[in-house]
Design a protein around this ligand. Structure first.
Ligand code: C2O
Length: 349
């Protein structure tokens, strides 16, 4: 077999739970595709900070960048750097519009397989560079939602301010403010905050360490050229990652919001600025896991993984082709995570 490739040319209908959606999330077309090369050597490392600890100056910059991105939607809805176009990237790669090159009817799907971490890493990489270029700050870095630490187990306040461009009204109103996240959404028994925090630490310990006996259990199942989509999720994707999506999305089940929008469905998730902050921490979990001193081999060596491709628009609105191999080491991509203690490391139930 070969690595899987997305067919950008034949972008089709988007679906949610098998219902065709009344939206077009296909990216603008371009015949000019550039094989992306990481800037080398990386200039300075951009440092992603925990969202609950950022300062005033940073908040102002970040808000301004997202405001400018939303502004692009109005001046040119086809600008691939615009806010809705960026949100649609997720829809195009996740709700069925993109098929695999040479396989009519077989979706290119980035979830529930070993493409999960690499795809989202590249997605955030370009999103971050676009924001940075809009405000003329090459050091700009996204914040991460530190939901694996008790101090970060509520919605980060910078996203919960209705006057901010970081706000999104399509969320569950019960899970704003001081509500504590539930990283294990299958357990819905009412409980108190302290128990929730303890359960969250146990969930983290399990999905990062005790439930991971081999590489693919964490990374997700192999997905190659001609494979059926969604061969199987890794522990982190299935656990804390999905739980946060569901926890934030609305549960109102109105006609307009029947798919747990915005964060709770692939097609709409990128419309909530919180998505990129959530995925910052998901990405950080990949980084932490690679560095964990456990007997499991950390990196997948299959060429079908390393040579898998995605297409993105970069901060200069050029369509670029990237490979999984180039995103395995985040420092080569020019960013790092500000250190926070990891309270679930030795946590035993
Ligand atoms: Cu592509 Cu968290 O989803």
């Amino acid at each position: 077999t070969d690595p899987v490739k997305p067919d950008f040319k034949n972008c089709g209908t988007a679906y949610a739970e098998n219902d065709p959606l009344n939206i077009n999330c296909c990216p603008p077309d371009s015949d000019n595709i550039i094989d992306y090369e990481l800037p080398r050597p990386p200039q300075r490392l951009r440092v992603r900070q925990p969202a609950h600890m950022v300062g005033k100056e940073y908040i102002a910059k970040y808000e301004e960048a997202v405001r400018l991105m939303k502004e692009l939607d109005k001046t040119n809805p086809n600008d691939p750097r615009g806010f809705m176009q960026q949100a649609n990237v997720h829809c195009a790669y996740c709700n069925g519009p993109h098929e695999q090159v040479g396989h009519k009817g077989l979706d290119f799907q980035v979830h529930e397989s070993w493409l999960f971490f690499p795809f989202h890493r590249w997605y955030l990489y370009f999103y971050e560079r676009i924001l940075g270029s809009l405000i003329g700050d090459p050091d700009f870095a996204l914040p991460y939602w530190n939901w694996d630490h008790p101090a970060g187990m509520t919605m980060p306040p910078i996203f919960d301010n209705p006057r901010s461009p970081l706000y999104d009204a399509v969320r569950d109103p019960n899970n704003r403010g001081s509500a504590v996240v539930n990283l294990n959404y299958t357990s819905s028994e009412p409980t108190n905050d302290l128990t929730l925090v303890a359960n969250n630490l146990r969930t983290m310990n399990s999905e990062m360490i005790t439930s991971v006996n081999n590489t693919l259990q964490f990374m997700g199942a192999p997905y190659c050229d001609g494979s059926n989509p969604r061969p199987g999720m890794g522990t982190s994707e299935r656990g804390s990652h999905t739980a946060i999506h569901i926890w934030v999305g609305t549960k109102d089940k109105t006609e307009e919001h029947k798919y747990n929008e915005d964060l709770g469905n692939f097609y709409s998730a990128g419309r909530d600025p919180l998505f990129y902050c959530h995925h910052g921490n998901v990405d950080r979990m990949w980084t932490i896991w690679r560095e964990l001193d456990t007997p499991v081999r950390k990196d997948i060596t299959s060429p079908n993984y390393l040579n898998a491709q995605f297409l993105f628009y970069d901060e200069n609105a050029r369509l670029v082709r990237v490979k999984v191999a180039d995103c395995v080491d985040q420092e080569k991509m020019g960013y790092t995570y500000q250190y926070m203690p990891i309270p679930w490391l030795c946590y035993r139930p």
